[in-house]
Every structure is written in C-alpha cells, then in structure tokens.
Write a protein that binds this ligand. Structure first.
Ligand code: DAT
Ligand code: MG
Length: 149
C-alpha cells in the first residue's frame, strides 16, 4: 500500500480550509495513518525542499512554509501518491483543473495551499521525515473492503 505526505500549507490554515482539503482526500478513499498540527522549523523546511535549493523561488518557499502552523497528514492507499497529486492539481493554481484543490481554491503558485509527495519513494521518505514510527497508526477501516480492491 503506497504512502503519501500531505501538508496543508500556511495559507490554507489561515484561510480556514483545513476541513475542506482534508475532506477531499477522505472522500477520495485514502486512509489517514498520521495527522498533526505543527510549526515547521527552518531546518525541517530546508530538508523537505532540498530538491529546490538554488532555484530563484527557494528562499521565499522556505519563508512561506514556516510562516504559520501547518497540518501534516500521512495517507495510505492504492496508488496514493498519484491519486493525491490528481486531487491537488497542477503546481500553478491558475493552470490547475477545476475540481482539484488548487483549481477550485487558489490562484497563485506562491499560495497553492497544499503539498503532496511526487513519487512513491518520496512518499515513503517524507512520511518518515515528518512522523515518528509511533505517530503512525496501522489500522483498517470497516469501509476498506468497499474502497480497496
Ligand atoms: P508541487 O508543490 O506541485 O509538488 P514543486 O515540488 O515543483 O511543486 O514545487 C514546490 C513548491 O515550490 C510549489 O508548491 C510552489 C513553489 N514553486 C514551484 N515552482 C515555482 C515557480 N516557478 N515559482 C514560484 N514558486 C514555485
Ligand atoms: Mg513537489
């Protein structure tokens, strides 16, 4: 079963969109295995966005992600990484399809509301970066047999 890390970013928290965003992943069928409300440290932000080091938007991206508390959620499910990315929509919200989180609720790339892991390997790594083993629940839902084939 794949894992993906979702971050409900500072702008989404400030705008009161946590419930709407989390609800979309829940309704999609993904299973929550970890969830917390936290302030990301500069060090953790640098590690999370290390792949973007050297890019012109890197400094602003770090400042943004540490600027306010975030909700961090670990999800599990069939093709969880790709499914979550489709639910999130394109990186630049002005180009994101209607029906996606970014396409419905955002306009600017610097305020695009949500992070989702971009590969199966990164999903596993990012969940482990943000959650200690004891913070993750190994459980099944009664409804799982109607969602997972
Ligand atoms: P995504 O968040 O869709 O995975 P990404 O990993 O390429 O996108 O980039 C991480 C974040 O960095 C993205 O959510 C917003 C910001 N970003 C990406 N490209 C940008 C750009 N060209 N200008 C400004 N910010 C950008
Ligand atoms: Mg990314």
């Amino acid at each position: 079963m794949e894992r993906t890390l979702i971050i409900i970013k500072p702008d989404a928290v400030q705008r009161g969109l946590c419930g709407d965003i989390l609800g979309r992943f829940e309704r999609r069928g993904l299973r929550i295995i970890g969830m917390k409300f936290m302030q990301i440290s500069k060090d953790l932000a640098e590690r999370h966005y290390a792949v973007h080091e050297g890019k012109p938007f890197h400094a602003g991206l770090i400042e943004y992600i540490i600027s306010s508390p975030v909700a961090v959620i670990a999800l599990e499910g069939t093709d969880a990484v790709a499914a979550a990315r489709v639910t999130i929509g394109a990186t630049n919200p002005s180009a994101a399809a209607a029906g996606t989180i970014r396409g419905d609720l955002a306009l600017e790339v610097g305020f695009n509301l949500v992070h989702g892991s971009d590969s199966v390997e990164n999903g596993r790594e990012e969940v482990n970066r943000f959650f200690a083993a004891e913070e993750l629940q190994h459980w099944t839902r009664a409804i799982d047999r109607w969602i997972f084939e």
